[in-house]
Ligand binder design. Sequence first.
Ligand code: ADP
Length: 480
Amino acid sequence: MTTAKRLGLATVVLTTCGAGAAYYATMMAMKGYSVPSESLNYLVFALVAALTLLILMVFWRNVHRSVGKVRTQLETMAKTEQIALVMVDSGNELSQITRPLNELLSIVRRQTEQLRSECRELQIQSRIASAEKHHTEAIIFSISDAVIVTNRFDELILANEAAEKLLSFRLEASLRKNIDRTLSDGTLVRLIRETRSHGRSFTRKVVEHSIDQKGSPKTFSITLSCVVTPNEEVSGVVAVLHDVTREKEIARMKTDFVSNVSHELKTPLASIKAYVEMLIDGEAEDEKTRSEFYEIISAETDRLHRLIENILNISRIESGVVKVVREPCSLTAIAKQVLEVVAVQARAKNLTLNEQLAPVYYQVEGDRDMLYQSILNLVSNAIKYTPEGGTISVSVTADERRQVAVCDVSDTGAGIPPEDLPHVFDKFYRVQANKKLAKGTGLGLTLVKHIIETVHDGKLSVTSESGKGSTFSFELPILM
Ligand code: ADP
C-alpha cells in the first residue's frame, strides 16, 4: 500500500471517529445529558488529527504527482538516449532537487556529446587505419621479391607469397610465432635478430646470402631495415629478399665474354701481325711460302671478321635495326655451300661429313646470308665439339604434310649435359664441360636463335646426350 493510500485510510478512520464522537456528543446534548469534557477533548483531537492528515494527504499527492512526472521524463531520456532538462512546475517542492539535477544532466549531456564526437573521430581513424593496412598488405603481396616483417619479439607478423614459397611456410599457420620455428633458413633468422637487437644504430643493411631452393642454391640480396616507432623505439624488422642469381650469372658471363672475345680477337691479330712481320723481314723467300703466308693472313682476317659480325648482328637484331632481304631460297643450296666451306676443317680433324639433302626446288622465303650464317654456325659447332674420327651429318628434308623445310645438323661429339640444354641459346652461355674442347664466345647459337625465330618466325630446337652427340634442328615454312 502506498503512503498516500495509508494517509487516506488514516484520515477516513480519524474522520469517522471524529464524526462518530460529534454525533454521540450532539445526541447526548439533545437528550439533556451532559457530555464529559474528556469526550470533547477526544472529539477536538480527532478532528484536528483528521484535518492534519487531510492537509498531509493533499501535500503528499502533489509531491507524488511531481515525482511521477520527473520519473516519466527520466524514463523517456533513458529510452531515447537523449539527455534533456527535467521540467517541474515552478514553486513545486521538487524544484529544489531538479535544479542541481538539471545542472548535473547538463554536464552529463556535454560530456556525452564530447565522447560521441571523440568516438566518431576514432571510428573514422580506425577505418582509415584499416584501409591503409589493406593497402600496405596489397603492396607487399604484389611485390615479386620475398618480404618478411617481424615484431619486437622476433615473431612473424606479415609475409608475402614469394616469402612463403622461398622459405616453405604458411603465413596463416605461422602468424605471431617466433621466426626460429617458422623460417627454414638459420642465417636469415640470425640476420633478422641481429638487426632488431642492434636497434636504430643499424637502420638498414644489405647482405648477400645463398638459400637452397629445390636443391639448387640461389643468391639473394637481403635488405634488412628496422621499423622505428615515433618514440624512436625499434618495433620490428622488415627483410626483403631479392633474387640476384641471374644477375650474378650474367655478370660472370659478361666477364667471361670480355675475356673470351679479347682472346678470340687477340689470337688472329697476333697471327696476322706475326706473318706480316715475317713478310716485311723477308723471311718468306720463295713465292710458295709467301702465298702460304698470305692465305693464313686472309683466313685469320676472315675469323676476325666473323667474330665481329656475330657481335654486331646480335645487337642489330636485338635492337630491331637489322636489314632483312627476303627472297625465295633453297636450304639445300645453302647447306651445300656451307659443307664445301667447312670440308677442309673437317678433314683436318679426320671427321666424316654426311649429307642428305632434299631436292633444291623446295624453297623457303628468307634472308640468304642470314640462313647461310645459321647453318654455318651449327656445322662449325658440330666440328668444334666432335673429337677426331667422329661423324657430322647435315640433312635438309621437306615435310609436305606440315609444309615445312627441316634442317638437321647432327654429330657424334661431346654432347650437352641436360642441365645446360635450356641455356645453350642464351647470350654468352658456354657449357662448362665442353669449354676445354674449343674456344668460343657463347654467341653463335644466340645468333642462330635470333635469325631463325626472331627474323624468320621459324623454330629452333636441340636434343643431346652427354658423350654421345647432339642434333640441332630448325624448320621454316616451305614457299608453295
Ligand atoms: P661458342 O662460341 O662457345 O661455341 P655457341 O653459342 O655456338 O658458343 O654455343 C654455346 C655452347 O653450346 C658452346 O659453348 C658449347 O659448349 C655448346 N655447344 C654448341 N654446339 C654444340 C655441339 N654440337 N656439341 C656440343 N656442345 C655444343
